[in-house]
Design a protein around this ligand. Sequence first.
Ligand code: DX5
Ligand code: ZN
Length: 226
Amino acid sequence: MIITPSILTANFCELGKTMDEAIAAGIEWIHLDVMDGNWVVNRTITFGPALIKSIRDRVGPNVFVDCHLMVTNAEENWEQYVDAGVDMVIFHVEAVEDIQGLIDKLHARGCQAGAVLNPATDASTILPYLSSLDLVLVMSVVPGKGGQSFMPEMEEKTRTFRAAIDAQIEDGGRATKLMIDGGIKAHNAAQVAEWGVEVAVVGSGLINDKGSIGENLAEIHRALGA
Ligand code: DX5
Ligand code: ZN
């Protein structure tokens, strides 16, 4: 299971060093949480395309960078994230009218398309689009900040996507990736890996004052038996 850091708990004045540390620890995928101060329940603002471009330039072209858009108008402003250099835009199905249209626009720009569901959103909202999606993200916290508690009740939804993706691959279809985000730590990483998750976002479990990213990542890998 790939572990990708969310940078919400990082010191934003030290982000370049944090990125260097993550890459030195073997991280190959960065998860950037964009919040516009309106869409998430606690009205958080994080950062936008300008910071994303700086991170892209710092980590170089070989690190995979996704942006998780927790914004009200993803259908209007998705392109500035592609221009900032992300490899994948992950949009919330709850905030987009024309899901297939946005997937097609992202693909037309050579960008991968991911769809993310809030904990309360049923898998059925996105299953019709699965064959076009490069990734499905199951939120295991209510979006808005790092450091929240993991929601184990996301098991059923996650396993539903695992089965649907496996069937899709079996039929020669797209190998859509399955990602989980929120409250993932060393103590529950093996649990979500068993659910069939391929990529886990880890924020406060990786970037904290308990240990270095390398130490925290090693603890998660040990828990995964890696
Ligand atoms: C929450 C974000 C998550 C979060 C993960 O709104 O989408 O990526 O930062 O952080 P932890 O791992 O601390 O829950
Ligand atoms: Zn996220």
